[in-house]
Design a protein around this ligand. Structure first.
Ligand SMILES: Cc1ncc(COP(=O)(O)O)c(C=O)c1O
Length: 399
């Protein structure tokens, strides 16, 4: 049946941007802007990893096609990095270089899912993942979880079990987490493993913040646990830890047979990730430890300052804080009044609704997207807005 001029019904609901009163106000704002709504870093990457450090004089044929699998020096660097981080030796064939983690998850969903399949999507979540699953014609099943994980009475296993149907094929897990900064602990990971094994689910482990733990020691990645390793595809990125978001380089690894199938899909959808930036990424993985340690120190300070302003605990990892703005909303059904006041102060924040249907009154703040002096100014402005919108004390004195 002819379709012109419409696009496919699967993809009609996707949009490249979100129209909202907040976005409209941002368009008309002309003062200095503090872009705390973007999950990126103000830091320049390691010099050896920069685009301008990849030179044809040193690297002949730099601009020819890269192998679909990935550049050999990057594949070697990935295997070395994973070994150093977890002690596991990956088979090179079980690794696929991708165009960022977005490209990895997109190709992975295309490989594993059929239209109508359901994927458990613990909420709140990284906004793009919902669309990535939906663009395959599959159904993202939101399971509110990360904001209540350690609250008395919350039962993680029951929450996951209740969302499972005969159509459930996979669960997506992101830890350290965007947007709450939670790092799942061993007992929570064990619950996920138990549920996945009981229902024979694939586990899609989104590891893009793996290097950005803000406590004293790194955590054990979920995918490397013996009870998850055989059913997990882990997705990594050079964007977050290494400050290379514009390079569009990531990678995934998992059981060799499925990674072979991913590679076939990658051939037809992407072919290969950008060759010069794959070579830069290899340098970052091999030589970036000091850069990373410095990033963690700077980000930890930024996280603490942001948490103080909001009066919430410092996140365990990642680059965001996520808070329920209800106390400042005067009964409004969503966070728009606060977001609009912030735009007038030049402070741009993300509406929680982008991270799930259960979060209309929540707000996400990225604490790594502007340098420390600008973050201080942005937090002073945000603190001013919160003070101005704080509820008046009641007669009994409690606010
Ligand atoms: C949880 C999560 N997964 C994946 C991505 C995508 O990363 P990349 O830049 O490698 O595509 C992001 C980016 O913000 C993210 O927050």
């Amino acid at each position: 049946m002819p379709r012109f001029p419409a696009s496919s019904s699967t993809n009609r609901s996707l949009s490249a941007g979100v129209f909202s009163a907040v976005a409209e106000r941002v368009r008309h704002y002309s003062g200095p802007a503090y872009r705390l709504h973007i999950g990126d870093t103000w830091r320049e990457p390691l010099a050896a990893a920069m685009a301008e450090s990849q030179r044809t004089a040193d690297l002949p044929h730099l601009h020819t096609y890269s192998p679909v699998h990935g550049e050999p020096p990057l594949l070697d660097a990935i295997v070395r990095r994973i070994k150093k981080r977890t002690g596991r030796t990956l088979d090179r064939g079980a690794v696929q270089v991708t165009a960022g983690a977005t490209g990895a998850l997109s190709v992975l969903c295309q490989t594993l899912l059929d239209p109508g399949d359901e994927v458990l999507l613990p909420a709140p979540f990284w906004p793009l993942i919902r669309g990535i699953i939906a663009s395959r014609g599959a159904v993202p099943v939101q399971v509110p979880l990360f904001d209540r994980l350690r609250s008395p009475g919350f039962d993680l296993e029951r929450a996951l079990e209740q969302a499972i149907t005969p159509r459930t094929v996979a669960i997506y897990v992101n830890s350290p987490h965007n947007p709450t900064g939670v790092i799942l602990d061993a007992s929570e990971a064990a619950v996920i493993a138990r549920v996945a094994r009981r229902h024979d689910l694939w586990v899609l482990c989104d590891e893009v913040y793996e290097e950005l733990w803000l406590g004293d020691a790194p955590h054990e990645p979920l995918w490397s646990r013996p009870d998850l390793f055989d059913r997990t595809i882990a997705v990594h990125s050079m964007s977050k830890g290494y400050g290379l978001a514009g390079a569009r380089v990531g990678y995934l690894h998992g059981p060799p047979e499925v990674v072979g199938a991913v590679r076939a899909v990658h051939t037809y959808q992407v072919y290969g990730a950008a060759r010069p930036m794959q070579l830069g990424a290899a340098r970052a993985l091999d030589e970036g430890d000091a850069w990373l340690a410095e990033a963690r120190t700077l980000y930890r300070d930024a996280a603490q300052a942001t948490a103080r302003t909001l009066g919430v605990p410092t996140p365990a990892g990642g680059t965001f804080l996520f808070f329920d703005a209800r106390p400042w909303l005067g009964g409004a059904a969503d966070a728009e009044p606060l977001l609009l006041r912030c735009v007038d102060e030049g402070v741009l924040l993300t509406p929680g609704a982008a991270s799930g249907d259960a979060y209309p009154t929540w707000v996400r703040v990225c604490f790594t997207s502007v340098p420390p002096d600008q973050l201080s100014e942005a937090l002073a402005r945000l603190g001013g807005v919160l003070a101005a919108m704080a509820p008046a004390p009641t007669a009994g004195g409690a606010a």
